[in-house]
Design a protein around this ligand. Structure first.
Ligand code: FCB
Length: 440
């Protein structure tokens, strides 16, 4: 079994959450987000659920943070619509007060606060103005960044601009599975670019304030062709370009991959090339979210991007995602070699959903602990090959609102009974804190 002794002395162990998934959007004067609208339409979210109450973390954050004691860090996000209910201008002081208290409570427990500024809760009022398809969003996001950091920038350890731009853009505007639920290639292409412009604007604002330790969190999946047939290899390459390469190539080389431009270039905003230099400005670290692999083949039914995914034969989590730890090792190595060299990497999310059942206050989830161990074996061996990995955050601290899957999919180290809000640490929680906590 791996423990923190198997990692470099300053390696950070923590857990991650996001605001809309846990806080309870109906509390504390927060505005509506595009997720609140999206969730109203039957069929978008399992059981028509939404984040109005979620884990009631807004009222229970002190107790929730107690559960992290002994670990090194906590990754959380601020909620744009809680801070600026209309997205711009009028500040909800109660929302800022909440994050002020939250950061102090994180520090009081000996944890480092790792802030993410955007984990998908776009204010509905900005969605009315076109949301991510409107180029003005870069300035709106910059203004929001300043408001948040004016209040808590003095105490956070690091700041990530955005969580998973692929989800913000592709999953939400092309596949329609997340808010705002569009299936529109032009909206998707514009968002693929505008998220990076918003990142660049927030970076500029933060650099000019002297804010330190700035990054972005990208998600990656291991892409693999079904077989060696040329059309399947091409399908896998197209998936890889859109999912894995688009953002990291823009950030590290100022380029978009040709296999993705093949379909997206006609829909990008005019003059996008001029923005690439700004998008490429240096970051201080890269956040990597990794969960699974995809097996890809050519799809002749639809139009571009002409790929489909086939389920593989590895064991699967309750999301139906294959457990493929080796993909994380390969990814970390690829990032170093092809893109970022020695730039520090944090694994900002990795975890599994399981049909956890709480019986007599016990949740036995050995598969989760095994999942964590298997992925950390890959992290350790990548460190051994010279990849500069500085930390690992489990997703997630708590069972929570898992977006389109509602409350059905449980990723937490802590079980949450959503009827009573009772928290029950799972067996994997005890394993995790014992192996990687300070008292170890
Ligand atoms: C990631 C998201 C996170 C959660 C996990 C399971 O894509 O960042 O909010 O949904 O997947």
């Amino acid at each position: 079994m791996l423990t923190s002794d198997d990692f470099p002395p300053n390696f950070i162990f923590g857990a991650a959450t996001s605001s809309y998934q846990i806080e309870g959007q109906s509390f504390g004067g927060a505005g509506d987000t595009h997720w609140d609208q999206f969730a109203l339409k039957t069929g978008n979210v399992v059981n028509n659920e939404n984040g109005a109450i979620a884990c009631d973390h807004y009222h229970r954050f002190e107790d929730d943070l107690d559960l992290l004691k002994g670990l090194d860090a906590y990754r959380f996000s601020t909620n744009w619509a809680r801070v600026l209910p209309e997205g711009r201008a009028a500040v909800n002081q109660e929302g800022l007060d909440f994050y002020d208290k939250l950061v102090d409570a994180i520090l009081e427990r000996g944890l480092k606060p790792y802030l993410t500024l955007y984990h998908w809760e776009l204010p509905a009022a900005l969605a009315d103005k076109g949301g991510w398809t409107n180029p003005e969003i870069a300035n709106w996001f910059g203004d929001y960044t300043d408001v948040v950091l004016d209040r808590i920038g003095d105490r956070v350890e690091s700041v990530a601009t955005l969580n998973e731009p692929w989800c913000v853009a592709w999953l939400s505007h092309f596949l329609g599975q997340h808010a705002p639920g569009l299936r529109d290639i032009r909206a998707a292409a514009r968002t693929m670019h505008h998220v990076l412009l918003a990142h660049a604007e927030a970076m500029d604002r933060m650099r000019s304030r002297g804010q330190k330790n700035l990054g972005i969190v990208l998600n990656f999946e291991h892409a693999q062709s079904l077989d060696a047939a040329p059309e399947n290899l091409a399908a896998s390459a197209t998936f890889d370009a859109i999912f894995n390469r688009w953002f990291i190539e823009a950030l590290s080389r100022g380029e978009y991959p040709k296999e993705a431009l093949n379909g997206l270039a006609p829909h990008l905003p005019d003059g996008w090339e001029k923005d690439m230099e700004r998008i490429q400005q240096p970051i201080d670290w890269l956040g990597v979210n990794y969960y699974t692999r995809q097996i890809l083949s050519h799809d002749s039914d639809g139009g571009w991007p002409n790929y489909k995914s086939t389920p593989g034969d590895l064991s699967k989590t309750s999301m139906g995602w294959e457990v493929y730890p080796k993909g994380l090792g390969k990814l970390l190595y690829r990032l170093k070699n092809d893109y970022i060299g020695d730039l520090p990497i944090y694994v900002t999310e990795n975890g599994m959903a399981r049909n956890d059942v709480c019986e007599s206050s016990v949740v036995s989830d050995p598969e989760r602990w095994n999942f964590i161990q298997q992925h950390l074996i890959e992290v350790r061996s990548a460190i051994g090959k010279g990849v500069n990995i500085q930390g690992y955050f489990y997703w997630s601290l708590l069972d929570n609102f898992e977006w389109a899957f509602g409350y059905e999919k449980r990723f937490g180290l802590i079980h949450v009974d959503f009827a009573t809000q009772k928290r029950t640490p799972k067996q994997s929680y005890y394993d995790f804190v014992t192996a990687f906590g300070k008292k170890h």
